[in-house]
Design a protein around this ligand. Sequence first.
Ligand SMILES: [Ca+2]
Length: 376
Amino acid sequence: MADVDDVSILEQSSPDNSGKEFMIGFMENSIIKRKDFDIELFITTASSSKVLVRVTAPKTKYPHLNETLQVSNGEVKQLSISNKFRHIGTEFSSKGILITSTDEVVVYGINKEFYSTDGFLGLPTDVLGTKYFAATYAPATRYCLILIVGVHDNTNVNIKLGDNNGVRVIYGGITYGKGDSFEVKINRFSTFQIHSSGDLTGTCVTSNKTVSIFSGNIKTAIGRGKTQDHLVEQLVPVDRWGKRFLAMSTPDRTAGDIYRFIASERDTEIIVKFQTQGRRTTSDTLRLSLPGHWTYKWYDSNTLLSITSSKPISVLQYTVSQYNDLGDPSMMIIPPIEQYGADYTFTTPKYSQGSYFNYLLFVVRNSEKTWIEDKW
Ligand SMILES: [Ca+2]
């Protein structure tokens, strides 16, 4: 539990991750030993009445997907979906998956394979936007990925590749490098995945209508170790980025965590105050000159971070590969303080080989600490 003195802005009405319509897709994962797994959706609700949920992919005939399920408060429904819904390479397809419900639900997607799993929190279509910056990881053991899923017909999408050496996307017979841009037109349920062995972090995707975007890696090692995993998050549009964040190390690790910071505007100054257990509070000042530029810091385990920036940024936390400890890579978007909620309904995934240890990390105001301790 982190002690927090400076959480003063909590907007109760801020947009959240529960909704009645989601448009999602699944990126490429690495299948080994012919042990391919289904992809998974976890759906739950805070609603007090029974909620009917429909999951469809009307533009994909094979495999067929048209499921209806019912979920109530306190219940988590798991739905297995054919892994044929994943994409391969730079690919145009129609594998958009639509989730609609009679009341607000919370959706998690898990892209699970043998030794290669990561999950994402689904964002409802009413919080999607028209401008995004991708987050991936490099040096990538395999390719970095971006998946664009169409929410509306006749959507024009511009993709401006990040300013990173080694970026290389081949589309329509043309090779695009760092800083290059190209356009595609997509419809509702259309999907377009691009891949690059160079880092796609900071790649800017803009569109004339809202789109749903996922980014990450097929399966990669992170940091000094060799263990690899799939990386994925559903991206938060730039207009919902924030300036104040709190983060903490992955529990029970000693290899530390890597954080990446992506700028949305020119001349962004980021101050990271951090305190590692048993040491004094210190701070780093990071500067990013252009939109889509990013930097990273590797902080020791058992560290609490308080991050403030002069302009809206995205903060990503990367769990690193095993290095004289236990744990595997994953990628997580850190929500800004401005979007903290008072209620959370969540679930935990199952490991492809058995079971995980599950951890709940939460941040609470110092003034409310006693209340939490009383209730716990
Ligand atoms: Ca993730």
